[in-house]
Write a protein that binds this ligand. Structure first.
Ligand code: TYD
Length: 219
C-alpha cells in the first residue's frame, strides 16, 4: 500500500522532541532523502486553525469530547492531505506527535480510556500507523519546568494542555510507558534527560535501521 517510511515523535511536555525531529529531518535531507514534516495538531492549513481552538489557554470551556474529536479532525486532514500522498511517493514522513499522543493525553491524562481513542483512530487514520515511534522520556516535573520557561520567554498563549496538573501529566507519562510495554517493536523509549547530541545519536541509530529499502530521492 505505502512505499515510504513513517516515523513519529512522542513525549511529555518539554522532552525536546520537536528539536530532535528537526535535526533528524536535516540529516535525512543532507543524505538525499525527501522528507515531509507534520505537526499534530496543525500540520495543514485546516489543522492550524484547529490547533488554535485546541491549545489557546483562554478556551477553558472546551469539553473533553470536543477536544478528542478536534485532535482527530486535525489528524484526519493531515493523513489525507499530507501523509498518505507522501508515503505513496516513497518519501519519509516525520510527525511531531500522532495517535499515541491522543492515547496518552486524552486516553490517559483525561481518563477517557484507550478504547474510544482507538475507535476514532480507525475512522481518521484507517490503519495508518508509524513504523517507528520515538518516545522521548523525561521526568514530568523537569519537563514542565522547561516547557513553562519556554512558554514565558516566547509569550506563548497555546498553553491550555501545558497548564494541566502534575497528576494529569504523570498519567500521560504512564500511558506512554504502557505503550512501550505493549508495542516494544514499534515504540522505543528514549531517555531525554541526556545531552541533546546523545539523544540525537540514539534517535539516529533507531531510524537508520528502518532506512533499508527507502531510496534517497524518493520517486
Ligand atoms: P505540541 O505542539 O507537541 O506541544 P509541546 O511541544 O509543548 O509538547 O503539542 C501540543 C499539545 O497538545 C501538547 O500539550 C500535547 C497535546 N496533545 C494532546 O493532548 N492530544 C493529541 O492528540 C496531540 C497530538 C497533542
Amino acid at each position: 500500500m505505502t512505499k515510504g517510511l513513517f516515523v513519529s515523535f512522542e513525549g511529555v511536555e518539554g522532552s525536546g522532541k520537536s528539536t530532535q525531529m528537526r535535526r533528524l529531518a536535516n540529516r535525512l535531507r543532507q543524505m538525499g532523502f525527501r522528507v515531509v514534516e507534520n505537526i499534530e495538531p496543525g500540520g495543514t492549513r485546516i489543522g492550524k486553525q484547529i490547533r488554535s481552538i485546541l491549545l489557546e489557554a483562554a478556551h477553558q470551556e472546551l469539553s473533553a469530547t470536543a477536544e478528542l474529536l478536534l485532535f482527530f479532525a486535525s489528524r484526519a486532514q493531515a493523513v489525507d492531505e499530507l501523509i498518505l500522498p507522501a508515503l505513496a511517493q516513497g518519501q519519509i514522513v516525520l510527525s511531531d506527535r500522532f495517535t499515541d499522543s491522543t492515547i496518552a493525553y486524552q486516553g490517559g491524562g483525561r481518563q477517557l480510556g484507550w478504547d474510544v481513542v482507538l475507535t476514532l483512530d480507525r475512522v481518521a487514520c484507517r490503519g495508518l500507523k508509524p513504523s517507528l515511534t520515538l518516545c522521548l522520556d523525561l521526568d514530568v516535573e523537569i519537563g514542565l519546568q522547561r516547557a513553562r520557561r519556554r512558554n514565558a520567554e516566547e509569550g506563548q498563549s497555546e498553553t491550555r494542555l501545558d497548564d494541566e496538573s502534575l497528576s494529569f501529566h504523570r498519567r500521560v507519562r504512564a500511558a506512554y510507558h504502557r505503550l512501550v510495554e505493549l508495542e516494544p517493536e514499534r515504540v522505543k523509549l528514549v531517555d531525554a534527560s541526556r545531552p541533546l547530541e546523545e539523544v540525537e545519536e540514539t534517535v539516529w541509530r533507531l531510524v537508520e535501521q528502518q532506512l533499508a529499502g527507502i531510496q534517497a530521492g524518493g520517486c
